[in-house]
Design a protein. Structure first.
Lengths: 235, 132, 144
């Protein structure tokens, strides 16, 4: 059935996995058309299956907690329109990160890939062409990366190896080198020079394509490589 | 709340002695060299000869191999393409996430394969040059 | 208390990990579904690279026929100048052009020199490659 024929309803194919149950499956739900995929999933929770586990918070793409795969592509469910995805919408958890339950993945494994030197707060990336508001320098904005994990899910190298630290961690390392704030940059470079770090990237740019927050992790990884090359770190 | 860090499996593996950066640089440099050498090989061997599809007859091959400059270029081409091919294969195989021990065997195996390829290739070049 | 919560006994287990791919471990790079331009370019680079490795050994094998003298080689050339073989030669040149020109892109982007122009590089080098391929095809088929 085409999206046009589906009118005001959609079929959701949702990945299901519960601890202690054998294997995983897809459950199929008939859902009225909602504005976003997340609203559709919440409708399922409220009206059909209260055991469906989903993770979300801000509802406007700034917290990064609702990352899922929608029809095979990484997306933040809260800002993914449901009306142009076809009659059937397949929702799966992010790839390359262990699933805790249903659409919820274990973000501890994502966070653990970051180098130890990454602090919690850093000044925001300012676009060079931006005209800052008067007085804005008094405020610190959190940096662009919302640690949603979409880049790690999209990365074809991460699909082959869990040892690869992934785009988010490498982009964060480059960000740290751009603004060290007292961090040990030599240690960061040494970490980035590893076989499962900066040199494992194959420049597929899937991470940049998936990133909802304009971090452009692939470009940052390439900049990191440039630093590694300049350091003579090709040892 | 205590911080829970669960490192991904395998992330503790030691860096290979060869150095990952060195492999990438070698692949890139050999690739750039190939752009020149392959270009010369294709044009000189196949595009400036009067034959169907640029495929030389036996005598045309020997005529081609007679020139010392051609011998040098073709030998260099063989060396560089073999290095680039082995490094490329290594990259593909490494993405199968082999164990550290398996990685060493892969490196040994690809080195042996590369050496054998070069040996046979140089044998071919030398034999044809001697007949020219 | 813990035993009354469904799945609590299995809390320590590592859950399933979804992988893009064709069901074989390590095939994630190959699966073009859900990929953007860069992912497709990477997959195609690998496929052409593997194809060219295969061709390297095929080529060495074919050239070995030269060792058996003029009649054997010339017989092979008669076969190799058929339309089918010439078409394969054009396919080979497609693979060479793609791998070589995308390789230039990977070298420029991967070294951090023009990382933010990867899409533009793909299209511009692709245009160059398409023109070169057409020229090569005209030359190859035109010689028959």
């Amino acid at each position: 059935m085409s999206a046009a024929d589906a009118g005001g309803r959609r079929t959701y194919r949702v990945y299901r996995y519960k601890r202690g149950e054998p294997g995983w499956r897809f459950d199929v739900f008939d859902v009225p058309l909602t504005r976003t995929v997340l609203e559709g999933l919440r409708w399922i929770q409220l009206h059909i299956d209260r055991t469906l586990a989903i993770r979300h918070s801000c509802m406007h793409a700034s917290c990064g907690t609702c990352g899922v795969q929608v029809n095979g592509r990484e997306a933040l469910a809260c800002v993914t329109p449901a009306d142009d995805l076809g009659a059937t919408i397949t929702v799966e958890p992010l790839a390359n990160i262990p699933v805790l339950t249903d659409l919820v993945v274990d973000m501890r494994e994502f966070v653990a890939r970051f180098p130890d030197e990454i602090p919690s707060l850093r000044a925001a990336e300012q676009l060079p062409e931006a005209i800052p508001l008067e007085g804005i320098e008094a405020y610190d904005r959190f940096e662009d990366c919302i640690e949603c994990g979409l880049c790690l899910s999209a990365c074809p190298v991460s699909a082959t190896s869990d040892a690869y630290v992934g785009p988010a961690a490498l982009a964060a390392a480059q960000r740290l080198l751009e603004e060290p704030r007292g961090a040990d940059t030599d240690r960061v470079l040494e970490w980035a020079d590893g076989p499962f770090a900066g040199w494992r990237c194959h420049a597929a740019f899937e991470c940049t394509a998936a990133c909802p927050s304009d971090v452009r992790p692939a470009e940052r990884i390439m900049a990191l490589r440039r630093r590694l090359g300049g350091r003579g770190a090709t040892s | 709340m205590a911080t829970i860090r669960t490192r991904p499996e395998g992330s503790h593996r030691r860096a290979l002695r060869a150095g990952p950066g060195r492999s990438w640089v070698a692949t890139t440099i050999s690739g750039v060299a190939l752009l020149v050498l392959l270009g010369v090989h294709m044009v000189a061997n196949h595009f400036v000869v009067r034959s169907v599809g640029g495929l030389r007859s036996y005598r045309q091959v020997l005529e081609y191999m007679r020139h010392p400059a051609i011998l040098t270029i073709e030998s260099l081409f063989l060396l560089v393409v073999t290095v680039h091919a082995m490094l490329g294969l290594r990259g593909v195989v490494l993405d199968l996430d082999p164990s550290h021990r398996a990685q060493r065997w892969i490196d040994v195996g690809l080195t042996v394969l590369g050496v054998l390829t070069l040996a046979y290739g140089f044998f071919l070049i030398g034999t044809l040059a001697s007949r020219a | 208390m813990n035993g009354s919560v469904p799945g609590a006994d299995h809390r320590a287990e590592r859950g399933p990990v979804l992988r893009k791919g064709v069901g074989i471990p390590g095939s994630g790079w190959f699966d073009p579904r859900g990929r953007a331009l860069g992912g497709f370019a990477f997959s195609a680079n690998r496929v052409t690279g593997l194809g060219l490795v295969f061709y390297l050994y095929l080529h060495l094998g074919v050239l070995s026929m030269l060792l058996f003298g003029e009649p054997v080689w010339n017989d092979f050339i008669r076969l190799a100048t058929s339309w089918a073989f010439l078409s394969l030669d054009v396919l080979l040149i497609l693979g060479i052009l793609y791998h070589g020109l995308n390789g230039i892109r990977v070298a420029l982007v991967g070294s951090g020199l023009v990382a933010d122009r990867q899409r533009a590089l793909w299209w511009s080098l692709g245009t160059v490659g398409t023109i070169a391929l057409i020229g090569a095809a005209v030359h190859i088929f035109g010689s028959k």
